[in-house]
Design a protein around this ligand. Sequence first.
Ligand code: KG4
Ligand code: ZN
Length: 328
Amino acid sequence: MLILGIETSCDETAAAVVEDGRVVRSSVVSSQVDLHAQYGGVVPEVASRAHVDLIVPVIADALGEAGVTLGDLDAVAACHGPGLAGALLVGVSAAKALALVGALPYVGVNHLEGHLHAGWLEHPDLATPLAVLLVSGGHTMLVEVLAPGEYRVLGQTVDDAAGEAFDKVARFLGLGYPGGPVIDRLAREGDPRAIRFPRAMAGEIDCSFSGIKTAVVQYVRAHPEVVVADVAASFQEAVVDQLVEKLTLAAAQVGAATLVLGGGVAANSRLRERVAGLAEATGRAAFLPPLALCTDNAAMIAATAAFRLAVDGPTPLDAGVDPGLGLV
Ligand code: KG4
Ligand code: ZN
């Protein structure tokens, strides 16, 4: 079973070929980060136009690297939400066109389910239930995974996503876009205890990141002489503290056997260190996926499509995109 997956929900144009829902034959990701950096964030119309330019070469690369042609495929899948409407439409339209030309089933895939599925690509035998912290520029949620398709949202952000907070604080500090990697690097030179930023919603699995962003702005305006590395380290520590507290509560609530990270913020070195420590301290396994599987990619879409095709069958070709699609 060979599935071509396509992912264009935000600022990555990606295509991948996955065999039997498990074996990644190719995974091509073309990031538009440089294109959006000048604006300090993703500009939806710019993203859609870049997807239009990139989608055909990226799909051709994915097929070429896998050593297959359209005729070898069993299905074509695309992420149909959540995400930016115009951006989603590019990938979905390309997938439907290929499905029509190749007389293949089309499968629309939920982006969030894709992120949750990414863990199984590397570790098909992860011990369940999993407590997953899905944390990126667009989402921050804690999910219990009992089995593929069996998900329960335990908590989520009530305002900004954690990655969004990294990006906004970095922009305010004049550190560039995307903010996560820069703050991660700079934080290593700073003192995480220099400034006590708020840890929101203590005792709850839901989380909040807009207050901490405001606290950073107010602190820096009141203390213009502050060492920027100390701000970065203290901000990062407050975000990571909050995320780890939520994961601790979620894992305890469901009796998780394994802790899993997903999304771009899962690349954060301090978060990875703390989650590994939490797993060890509570006798749980931890799966900290390689970055290529955490950030947006199409292998997770193709892998999820294999599962969805088996369970639900093909998606009708007149199905659209759903920018606000939820997990369950
Ligand atoms: O999953 P992703 O590539 O795209 C979305 O679906 O949003 O995540 C991108 C987010 C950005 O907000 C970026 O700043 C953040 O992940 N990020 C990080 C790190 N690397 C990327 N945040 C903290 N530390 C990092 N090392
Ligand atoms: Zn994502």
